[in-house]
Write a protein that binds this ligand. Structure first.
Ligand code: COA
Length: 364
């Protein structure tokens, strides 16, 4: 290129730059609009919740006085509608940005971790499940190796991996929670407690009690890794079915299908989960007995206590989850319907965009 050509190119580029500037201005205006719309949605959402709480309170008071007995058809219908609306509000809230929890603020600072697109949310959840699966596979291999090889660095690698794994899970789960996951508090706390357990194991000196306990622990890790694989199959099945639910038109049939699949999946998984909890109890008991060993250090009794806590809270949470799933059938239906509604909306928007692009491409 000579100087003349360079100048001509530069002139050409100027018109392109003008186009970029215009698009960027549009983008900035839209961003501002989005911010305003988000604030309005938040205000309306709080308004809905406040008025619903007033209505619920009034119904409760009427029920106590015996005036609004749940046998009254109007009251029963209203309660159903409130349940439906609650599920819808949860789905609407999931599309709005949220403040980080204190834990995330401490670890990540005030960076925004809200994922506003439902598809990206699914992807993030999917990655979380795959991450757990891969790490469990590695833990399984290391545990089996440790069963056959008595090599301290190999034991430390596994235990250190567990500390890192559980720490990472607590962060990922906090991000999921910010993004509207209904994950129960105990499952998150469970991973905090597991981090402490792995930390204590890391500093347990290599003495006689450790040598006695080592094998039980490695079997336990191997077993938990297998259970984790089962959980992965169940959770990814749930995830893909939820996605499919939004893509269908006849929601009732697919919701029924989802329901029956969920129970089939659970009946396959639950025996393994209960097996894991019994194993936890056995580990707690073995550690308790070991705590009487003359060489036992403080780690042994602390770990016995922590394993017992894990066993009891896991049992309690899983039983209450099952109770809710059996008794709260209607609530679950509304939750699924709300998710499906939101997803079908998003799919419609995507389809519309796709058609628009197609038309634009043709006219060009
Ligand atoms: N870890 C992470 N997330 C969990 C979870 C767990 N243990 N249990 C449930 N969740 C999530 C679900 O994925 C769902 O997320 P979403 O709102 O983003 O869709 C949400 O919490 C609500 O789930 P819920 O409907 O209550 O239960 P579920 O049908 O998804 O799963 C169980 C029920 C019992 C299968 C599941 O809780 C589980 O596997 N628990 C056992 C965990 C355990 O004990 N691990 C140690 C093995 S010894």
């Amino acid at each position: 290129m000579d100087v003349e050509e360079c100048l001509k190119e530069w002139e050409d580029l100027l018109t392109d730059y003008k186009r970029l500037e215009t698009v960027n201005k549009q983008y900035a205006t839209k961003l501002e609009e989005v911010g305003e719309l988000q604030a309005t949605c938040m205000k309306e959402l709080n308004h809905q919740r406040y008025r619903m709480s007033v209505i619920t309170g009034a119904l409760r008071r009427l029920d106590k006085k015996g005036k609004g007995s749940s046998k009254d058809e109007r009251v029963a219908n209203l309660e159903k509608e409130i349940m439906k609306r609650k599920a819808m509000l949860h789905e609407i809230e999931a599309t709005l940005p949220k403040q980080n929890s204190l834990y995330l603020k401490i670890i990540l600072g005030n960076v925004n971790v809200s994922i506003l697109n439902k598809n990206d949310k699914f992807k993030y959840k999917d990655e979380y499940e795959k991450f757990k699966l891969i790490l469990s596979a590695i833990a399984f291999v290391l545990a089996v190796m440790n069963l056959y090889i008595d090599f301290r660095p190999l034991q430390l690698i596994l235990i250190f991996l567990l500390v890192w794994y559980y720490c990472t899970l607590t962060i990922r789960e906090s991000i999921l929670k910010v993004n509207g996951s209904r994950i129960k508090g105990w499952w998150r706390l469970h991973h905090f407690v597991s981090t402490v357990v792995a930390g204590i194991l890391l500093i347990w000196p290599q003495n006689e009690p450790w040598n006695i306990f080592r094998h039980t622990f490695m079997w336990f890790i191997a077993y938990i890794s297998v259970v984790q694989y089962m959980q992965f199959r169940y959770q990814s099945g749930v995830l893909y079915r939820l996605k499919a639910l939004g893509a269908r038109h006849n929601m009732d049939i697919t919701i029924e299908g989802f329901h029956s699949w969920m129970w089939r999946g659970l009946s396959y998984l639950l025996p393994f989960l209960f097996g894991g909890y019994i194993f936890q109890l056995y580990v707690a008991y073995s550690l308790y007995q070991l705590s009487y060993h003359p060489e036992a250090t403080w780690q042994v009794s602390y770990l016995a206590g922590l394993f017992l806590v894990l066993h009891c809270c896991n049992m309690y949470t899983i039983l209450s989850t099952l109770r809710k799933k059996t008794k709260g059938g209607l609530k679950l239906r509304y939750k699924l319907r709300a998710i499906a509604y939101r997803l079908s909306n998003e799919i419609a928007i995507l389809e519309q965009k796709w058609r628009q692009n197609k038309v634009e491409n043709k006219t060009e």
